[in-house]
Design a protein around this ligand. Structure first.
Ligand code: X2X
Length: 335
């Protein structure tokens, strides 16, 4: 109150003489951040952490408000990219799956069976290969700040345990991107494209039979186990997160604040990745205790899925571009 009164008392003169001063930057009262999930998910917790650290590191200068569940785009999860691109939203903590339909390079993370394990993921994430994707963002008026993790996406359904592509035949599977639609079709399932916000109710009502998402990051915090009976750990597709900012917003910050925000993003995602990987064993026990049947695959069973989805890998590798795919494959091979 005192400050406001003081400023009002000074009138416009002081404000005006301050204006053109070097280092005098006009910051917005609130910067908007969009994400597709709730704050309870690991992904959501990472976004909240980023906003907290942004405030802390900039000494309260940058106030980022997290808008969950794609509420800024009316639940349309793919439109978030476009809104950050045109500046109606400042930041996103977004899955690479939701970015890829607009920026094809981002499909490289999710290519079927690209990553056998976390070691392979980390090798790619910490290699120059991942920087190439942030370079691609530049053309779309956006800047990438850090990588996080939604996780390995495992398949759930209500009909039967899945151990072979044959078991997928005819299942109504909710997915959300062209690449996943092609994968489900290659496996003989009926792919249904649907926004995440409708999935829980649609599973409950039997409109769809199944879905795929990471266990610790999404399936447990969003209680998918209440409406699904079977889960198979097939690790078919890895889903990274990216912290991204609109380029004009970014350029409006002085260098010092940019540095602080970059550090906030990197630190928040480092924490977020560690959180996402914690408690997988307990998580699986928890799903069993809720009545789910958990299926693990032998290497031979896994090979059948890999083989069936190979044409999809090749098709999307082409859309990603051979240079990026090769850089990722090399990082994985070295892991
Ligand atoms: O829609 C999904 O499945 C989710 C929540 O994982 C994403 O936003 C990619």
């Amino acid at each position: 109150i005192t400050l406001v009164a003081l400023m009002a008392g000074c009138g416009g003169k002081q404000a005006q003489s301050d204006k053109g001063k070097a280092g005098d930057v006009k910051l917005k009262e609130e910067y908007k951040l969009t994400m597709n999930v709730t704050k309870e998910t690991k992904w959501g917790q990472g976004a909240v952490k980023f906003a907290e650290l942004a405030k802390e590191y900039t000494n309260g200068k940058v106030n980022i408000k997290v808008y969950p569940s794609a509420m800024l785009t009316g639940g349309d999860q793919m439109r978030q990219v476009e809104m950050v691109q045109n500046g109606s939203i400042d930041f996103m903590v977004n899955s690479t799956i939701n970015i890829a339909p607009t920026i094809p390079e981002f499909d490289v993370w999710g290519l079927p069976f690209m990553f056998p394990d976390y070691k392979a993921v980390d090798a790619a994430m910490n290699s120059p290969a991942a920087d190439k994707l942030f370079k691609a963002l530049d053309k779309y008026n956006m800047v990438g700040l850090a990588w996080g993790e939604n996780g390995f996406r495992e398949v759930t359904n209500n009909k039967r345990p899945i151990t072979s592509p044959d078991d997928m035949k005819g299942l109504k599977m909710r997915v959300v991107t062209p690449m996943y639609i092609d994968i489900m079709r290659a496996l003989g399932a009926n792919a249904v494209s649907m926004n995440w916000g409708e999935v829980f109710t649609s599973l409950q009502q039997g409109v769809i039979d199944g879905q795929e998402n990471p266990i610790v990051g999404v399936i447990i915090p969003t209680k998918i186990y209440e409406v699904q009976k079977f889960i198979t750990n097939w690790h078919y597709s890895y889903d990274a997160l990216a912290v991204v900012v609109n380029k004009n917003t970014w350029n409006s910050f002085p260098p010092e604040i940019r540095e602080q925000l970059k550090k906030a993003a990197v630190d928040a995602m480092k924490w977020q990745v560690a959180e996402s990987r914690k408690g997988l064993g307990e998580g699986i026990e928890f799903l069993k205790s809720k009545g789910m049947t958990v299926t693990d695959l032998t290497p031979q069973q896994l090979a059948a899925f890999k083989q069936a989805t190979k044409p999809v890998y090749d098709k999307y590798a082409q859309k990603v571009g051979p240079e990026i795919v090769k850089a990722f494959e090399e990082a994985v091979a070295k892991a």
